[in-house]
Design a protein around this ligand. Structure first.
Ligand code: PLP
Length: 396
């Protein structure tokens, strides 16, 4: 037998963390890494947040899991808080981002089909999107590397150019049910949609009675300096998928919807065994307690601006390596003039700095939202040392 007990689907690197302290990860052999990856935008309170740990400990001792056959006092409280903080009137809890997007896709289709209109099932999605790894969510992305070996894909998705309203318009037809879009593409390279694009999608959805579905799995939950990124575009979606940061490291996601958008999601239409269990709700509440207030959000915006302006200054020293900085809040991308993956590995292996590589030769910088000047200083020490010691790939 040569297959590993862990199914070998990930190109895992040599970093093998066993412990976390605030914004650092400590490896099996004691090496300390500065974690500006945050488990890919998950650990927004860092790794040893007392409020989150305490909430999970207390709930674990009280009640971990019950079936959704029973009433959920814990779920009602967290759903109400999300409803109070957002455009939404109702919430379905999941255990992951892909499941949240799945629920969003089902909700958008059911919106039309509940009224008997079975012709409207198509969602227009966008090039280089990432929506997860289930069959529906890989089908929602045009990225062929995720499709290989998994045919047939789920029908009902059309791919337009990202941030290009005309391209989306051109794909609209009698089967269109709505749009599914990341306001800021994460895996695609920290690419924020423009205001006019997001407003344009909202207008098209209004004009044609379509669902505007946002995938805020990566950019949501305070990451960009507002509770959800859509707030910065001056629009509201009909449906929104959230996950990653919302549990602060505990597996939790949710599909948020307006009452109108959820009209097809009645009794028996959807479900999840674990979804919204008391332990997950306790984690979600602790995260909301920490981040869903004006003071914390203002700090994220402020830190984001400081980090961004320092990054912009920094890249001026290495005009051959870096092209630009983009993103919002503490969801920042460093677009490189060379392949970003070798530099990302160099920072990790030689300077103990964890970031995330992304599409479009971008390095994702996703610090825990509780990182501050001390961690930013350490980040720039490592980044500067890394840029100085990086050997540019030979060009022919
Ligand atoms: C990570 C991600 C997902 C999938 O989330 P999982 O929890 O891995 O299923 C979906 N959409 C976006 C934008 C993501 O970044």
């Amino acid at each position: 037998m040569s297959i590993t007990p862990l199914m070998p689907v990930y190109p895992r690197c040599g970093v093998r963390p066993v412990r976390g302290e605030h914004c650092h990860l400590i490896d099996e052999d004691g090496t300390r890494y500065l974690d500006f990856a945050s488990g890919i935008a998950v650990n927004l309170l860092g790794h040893s947040h007392e409020g989150l740990i305490g909430a999970i400990q207390r709930q674990a001792e009280t009640l971990m899991h019950v079936s959704n056959l029973y009433g959920s006092p814990q779920g009602e409280v967290l759903a109400q808080r999300l409803v109070d903080k957002t455009f939404a009137d109702t919430v379905f809890f999941t255990n992951s981002g892909a499941e949240a997007v799945e629920c969003a896709i089902k909700t958008a289709r059911a919106y039309h089909q509940h009224q008997g209109d079975t012709t409207r099932f198509e969602l227009i999605t966008f090039a280089n999107a990432f929506h997860g790894r289930t069959m529906a969510t890989i089908s929602a992305s045009n990225q062929e590397k995720m499709h290989h070996g998994f045919s047939p894909l789920l029908a009902g998705f059309k791919y337009a150019e990202f941030d290009n309203l005309e391209s989306a318009k051109a794909l609209m037809g009698p089967h269109t049910a709505g749009f599914l879009v990341e306001p800021i593409q994460g895996e695609g390279g920290i690419r924020p949609a423009s205001d006019s694009f997001m407003k344009g999608l909202r207008e098209l959805a209004d004009q044609h009675d379509l669902m505007l579905v946002l995938d805020e799995v990566q950019c949501g939950v305070a990451r960009t300096g507002t509770f959800y990124a859509y707030e910065q575009y001056g629009i509201e979606p009909d449906i929104l998928a959230t996950a990653k940061g919302i549990g602060g490291g505990f597996p939790l996601g949710a599909c948020l919807a307006t009452e109108k958008a959820a009209r097809g999601m009645g009794l028996g239409t959807h479900g999840s065994t674990y979804g919204g269990n008391p332990l997950a709700m306790a984690a979600g509440m602790a995260v909301m307690d920490a981040v869903a207030n004006d003071e914390f959000l203002a700090q994220v915006r402020d830190k984001g601006e400081r980090l961004r302006s320092r990054l912009e200054q920094f890249i001026g020293n290495y005009p051959d390596l870096f092209e630009l900085v983009r993103g919002k809040g503490l969801m920042l991308g460093l677009k490189m003039k060379v392949e970003s993956r070798p530099f990302y590995a160099h920072l990790r292996d030689n300077h103990q700095l964890l970031t995330v590589a992304a599409g479009d030769n971008t390095l994702r910088i996703l610090p825990p939202l509780v990182a501050d000047d001390a961690e930013f200083d350490e980040f720039f020490e490592k980044l500067s040392a890394g840029a100085a010691s990086f050997e540019l790939p030979q060009t022919s």
